[in-house]
Design a protein around this ligand. Structure first.
Ligand SMILES: *Cc1c(COP(=O)(O)O)cnc(C)c1O
Length: 404
């Protein structure tokens, strides 16, 4: 039995009011809310054992190092990576992608090809465009259809011995589509190419098994997983991480420094220059503990039911069009009201205490594909309820009547 009332009690923010109405938080695809258990981990760190890690012999430093490395192991176990040193702590998905894109500079040359999907977040497009500019490699695009699903035929036919890298999100943040990454990875590997999966939007809903998936790289952000902002993880296969050069130079990432030559530390420290977000990393571990306490399977089942319920009821509103109706979706509904700008809908919803996202959702190519400036995006989490979905539907109907 999924006890959503009990779960909601874990999230202090959910009991606040916005514009005199109880908050309905439906912007989970942008960032998730934080349970007391994670807030407590943050308070505990700063109250009891705040210290720099990996350096001090003193007790606080050792406690902080232990907790931080414990968090790395929690991330490894959660995603079933083979080794803890395959988990690089980052500031988030964007950092992880840039680390890999920068690292590949020396491995690509003129004429090489890299593929990206038509429904990527800007953070999984721009770093690769920059890589192509540096190296002369060519960026190719896996197209999508009106349902918001990737069309793999072009990709299948376009793969060749020139193909070096493929970047694709596991779940689209703009549409909620779950992409067939298993198939993409297997096709890419057959062509000898490496694959980076942007897992930022998938991780809150689907637990990727990294060994089964066989992705070469996988990136996540803690703040979409009930953790704090400014921390995330990059998974890389050991063989790739050994090959890639360091991203940044500094303390912590070296073995020995002289003015003649510096040798780098082993994994994962080679990629972790400077003092990391220690508290954030520990809180990320606490967030995974929290999610696993509920169970990712139970979360996915509950959210699927909520998605079906909200979709069905939103569709009763005249002139409402949903963008992205893929067969496999997470709990994201992107929509517009005919003839009404998404920003105006979002503004009225906020007056009614409902937080949604409006705009291009950092995925302008998706909006261009549909020929629209943006959408209203309601994204549900496991702490949302049917009553909140009802309030959304009533508020959208009210907005339609006011703006039509
Ligand atoms: C949120 C998101 C990102 C960016 O994550 P940051 O935490 O801002 O680095 C990238 N890709 C997808 C699919 C996302 O949903």
């Amino acid at each position: 039995m999924f006890d959503v009332a009990r779960i909601r009690n874990d999230f202090p923010i959910l009991s606040r009011q916005v514009n005199g109405e109880p908050l309905v938080y439906l912007d989970n695809a942008a960032t998730s809310q934080t349970p007391r258990q994670v807030i407590d981990a943050i308070t505990d760190y700063y109250s009891r054992y705040n210290a720099n890690i990996h350096r001090g012999v003193h007790t606080l430093s050792q406690e902080a190092t232990d907790a931080y490395e414990q968090a790395r192991i929690k991330i490894q176990k959660h995603f079933n990576a083979a080794h803890p040193h395959e988990i690089i702590m980052t500031s988030g998905t964007t950092h992880g992608i840039n680390l890999v894109a920068q690292g590949f500079t020396g491995f690509l040359q003129q004429g090489d090809e890299v593929w990206v999907s038509a429904m990527e977040h800007h953070s999984n497009i721009v770093p690769w465009q920059m890589l192509c500019e540096r190296t002369g490699a060519r960026l190719r695009v896996i197209p999508m259809n009106k349902n918001g699903e990737l069309e793999l035929d072009t990709f299948r036919e376009g793969l060749s011995d020139k193909t070096r890298l493929v970047f694709v999100n596991h779940v689209s943040n703009a549409l909620g589509t779950v992409n067939p990454i298993e198939e993409i990875i297997s096709l890419a590997h057959d062509a000898g190419a490496a694959v980076l999966v942007d897992g930022a939007q998938a991780a809150p809903h689907i637990r990727a098994d990294l060994q089964a998936l066989d992705a070469d790289f996988y990136t996540v952000s803690a703040h979409k997983l009930c953790g704090p902002t400014g921390v995330g993880a990059l998974y890389g296969k050991e063989s790739w991480l050994e090959k890639l050069p360091p991203y940044q130079g500094g303390g912590e990432m070296i073995e020995e420094v002289t003015f003649e030559k510096t040798t780098y530390a082993g994994l994962p420290h080679k990629f972790e220059a400077g003092t990391p977000n220690i508290c954030g990393g520990i809180a990320f571990g606490a967030a995974l503990d929290y999610l696993n306490g509920i169970g990712m399977k139970a979360i996915a089942e509950y959210e699927a039911e909520l998605l079906a319920y909200a979709t069905k009821n939103l569709k009763t509103i005249p002139g409402l069009k949903i963008y992205g109706e893929a067969a496999r979706k997470t709990s994201v509904i992107s929509f517009n009201l005919e003839g009404i700008h998404p920003y105006d809908v979002g503004t009225i919803l906020d007056k009614l205490g409902i937080a949604v996202r409006t705009g291009h959702h950092c995925a302008q190519p998706v909006m261009d594909f549909y020929g629209i400036p943006g959408t209203v995006r309601a994204s549900f989490s496991f702490y949302n309820t049917r009553e909140e979905a009802d309030r959304l539907v009533a508020a959208v109907e009210k907005a339609r009547q006011m703006l039509a």
